[in-house]
Design a protein around this ligand. Sequence first.
Ligand code: ADP
Ligand code: MG
Length: 357
Amino acid sequence: MVAVTARTIVKRFGATEVLRGVDVHVPHGGFAVLVGPSGCGKSTLLRLLAGLEEVTSGEIRFGDRDVTGLAPRDRDIAMVFQSYALYPHLTVRDNLAFGLNLRKTHPATIASRVAEVSAMLGLDHLLDRLPRALSGGQRQRVAMGRAIVRRPQLFLFDEPLSNLDAALRAQVRVEIRKLHDQLGATSVYVTHDQVEAMTLADQIFVLNRGVVEQVGPPREVYELPRTRFVAGFLGSPAMNFLDNVQVAAGGLALPGGQTLAIRDSAQFGSALQPGRTVSLGVRPHDFVVRPDAPDLVVDVELVELLGPELQIHARLGGAPLTVCLDSQSGVARGDRLPLAVRALHLFDPATGLSLRA
Ligand SMILES: Nc1ncnc2c1ncn2[C@@H]1O[C@H](COP(=O)(O)OP(=O)(O)O)[C@@H](O)[C@H]1O
Ligand SMILES: [Mg+2]
């Protein structure tokens, strides 16, 4: 297994600059997730790592080896895609063995590797089947098996779970992370799904329009987002934003005339100049009910029961606000709901940068 370093990667297709100076470092054995909205350049970056596209400028290293100009076959990587691309006329066994056969690996080695991988993935009883006789999850497992038998130094995943239904997605997600740990692999995984990013990654790279906006462990990126984009992209339901909030002497002047006191203003350094306009962000899960001395009071418009919790659609002044509370909290439509705010985020409305010091 190998560390991966991509330095100031620029990729243009004609006049379109798709990647605008991207840096990625994945340590030996690391699990990096590149996450961002559709079209932000995730697949392009992965294809550059694989050697399926050429960089416009920048450098890619695997360990201390410069692979920037190498062909895919000389990079020793395995890629798993959204579409499984299994050979329909070959059995599971022959699909698994395909790459090794191509490389003229010794038949006894092939047989033992196929046996090992199919045991690992629970495919033993399916080895004689054709792909059309498999479920979606089983096919995706064969695709992963095909990558694993080759024992590459690097695994690249491009949205491998997108074609699976929600329950299976969660299950295969866990399998991928377990396999990574078991193999001691280095993995780079691309997804637009923030839940996959949060659950799988050691390090999340949040991409937006060809730039990495933030890198860090999932918890850090979630709790201390450096930009409004990152704050809004990670988390479900998405963070609430109130724009055009004025900093007043006693706190923040909210829509509808309430003032939100800021208890820990030191975290914002000198950013809280009275008169300044900011964007306020609060995650739906960072509200708690507080009848005595609430931070703010909202009007409840609709309550949805999602099993263990309530998703409450409320208004503050004219602004919509989503609040998530325990399902036992007994909130109903039409309530005036007194809330405390556990954590808040402030952003510069012009740059989108966090005002955290
Ligand atoms: N071969 C190509 N030629 C021209 N434009 C491309 C090519 N591949 C990707 N693009 C463009 O690059 C941008 C990023 O694409 P992609 O990396 O596939 O995004 P993502 O995987 O994040 O959805 C898109 O605007 C896409 O249209
Ligand atoms: Mg893509």
